[in-house]
Design a protein. Structure first.
Length: 71
């Protein structure tokens, strides 16, 4: 049992060292680029939400109209 636990700790330590090594190789965006990407993402989310809201409204009106006709 102790050997299994020690092996697990060794593997976990090696994994964390590998993660740290990979994180050092990442090219991080500067503040200006991060802000621009955030604004772009928020605008995209707003446009998609607006589109889905309009489609939902149109479909619900169509369904209500059809239900009033007796379908």
């Amino acid at each position: 049992m102790t050997a299994k636990v020690m092996d697990w700790f060794r593997q976990a330590r090696q994994f964390l060292l590998d993660v740290q090594g990979e994180a050092k190789r990442v090219t991080w965006l500067d503040l200006k680029q991060t802000a621009a990407q955030t604004v772009l993402a928020l605008v995209f989310v707003f446009v998609v939400a607006l589109y889905l809201g309009i489609v939902d409204l149109a479909l619900s009106r169509i369904i209500n109209y059809l239900l009033r006709l007796g379908f």
